[in-house]
Design a protein around this ligand. Structure first.
Ligand code: DON
Length: 304
């Protein structure tokens, strides 16, 4: 399929689309991003690449990293992990505190902030040098040694990170955080600060489109069973309280971030990343979702 032409056609179709979304402002540094940026990149499991727009520009991947931190923690912790974090959609905003109280400190899933903070805690417990070991893992997945944290973004979020600190403290009070809360939360902010382009991120997610195996170099990153499970959690929880809407409209496992990126995978076919920084009220990219909806409709390719 000529995805380059399809991207151009969809972009033309959306030229009159009025995007009333706003760039994330609760992380001060994210406000500096130009709101009308738009990029898309698709990697097929056969090794083909297709792109459109600002696909080679770095952006803050934010919550999309939670798929990668889960992948690493799942390899280390296996079954124990799922005693500390669930796999159910939360139906609540990504930074909500309410369910944690009556769920006794067990987050509903690893993609809401509380769940990702537990995953960060697991990595702090199990890795010798969490910051270094994690970025090396991402570099391994992406085949790119230049991928890095952005200290400017991480510091900016740390300066306003009271809500995440509250989540971490609440879970600590229930005994679901093992390490020093400052160490865990700092590591969590570092994870969210990683910057990548659409093409780098689509390449990084390719193993999830190929049953856990990187089709470019043949490395088995995780088992096909774990790949299935991670994709299942993305399908149900990857877009927070908009996961149903995203499934309904797009029909692929996906993960969003407040930097405006959305990564999706079509198992057996492709991984794809769109980036458009204007967000809707749920913190998901407005045009990114719209573009993906058009794409899976146009190509009649969803998992359903
Ligand atoms: O913890 C936060 O609030 C951010 N670092 C990540 C949130 C995020 O990306 C939610 N995604 N839509």
């Amino acid at each position: 399929m000529d995805y380059n032409k399809i991207f151009t056609d969809i972009n033309a179709k959306l030229s009159s689309y009025k995007d009333d979304g706003a760039v994330a402002s609760y992380i001060p540094e994210l406000q500096r991003v130009l709101p009308n940026k738009f990029g898309v990149h698709l990697c097929s499991v056969e090794g083909m690449n297709y792109h459109f727009g600002d696909s080679e520009e770095k952006f803050s991947i934010q919550s999309i990293v939670k798929v990668l931190s889960l992948t690493m923690a799942f390899e280390i912790e296996e079954d124990e992990l799922w005693k500390r974090v669930g796999v159910e959609p939360s139906g609540n905003p990504f930074n909500s505190l309410v369910q944690l109280e009556y769920d006794e400190g067990i987050p509903r899933n690893p993609f809401i902030n509380a769940g990702a903070i537990v995953i960060a805690d697991v990595l702090v417990s199990k890795l010798k040098n969490p910051r270094e070991d994690f970025i090396n893992f991402v570099r391994h997945l992406s085949g790119n040694n230049q991928i890095d944290y952005c200290d400017r973004i991480a510091q900016s979020e740390k300066s306003k990170g009271h809500r995440n600190a509250a989540l971490c403290n609440l879970m600590k009070s229930f005994g679901n955080i093992e390490n020093n809360i400052h160490e865990v939360i700092d590591f969590y902010f570092d994870l969210c600060s990683i910057e990548m382009t659409c093409s780098e991120l689509a390449r990084t997610f390719l193993f999830l489109a190929n049953y856990g195996k990187d089709p470019v170099n043949g490395n088995q990153i995780i088992s096909s069973s774990k790949s299935k499970r991670i994709n299942a959690v993305m399908q149900l929880c990857g877009l927070y309280d908009e996961a149903g809407e995203f499934s309904f409209k797009v029909g692929l496992p996906g993960k969003s971030g407040v930097g405006g990126g959305i990564a999706v995978v079509h198992p057996g076919k492709y991984s794809m990343v769109v980036w458009s920084p204007r967000l809707n009220k749920k913190g998901n990219s407005n045009k990114g979702m719209r573009f993906l909806e058009e794409f899976t409709s146009y190509t009649a390719s969803s998992i359903f």
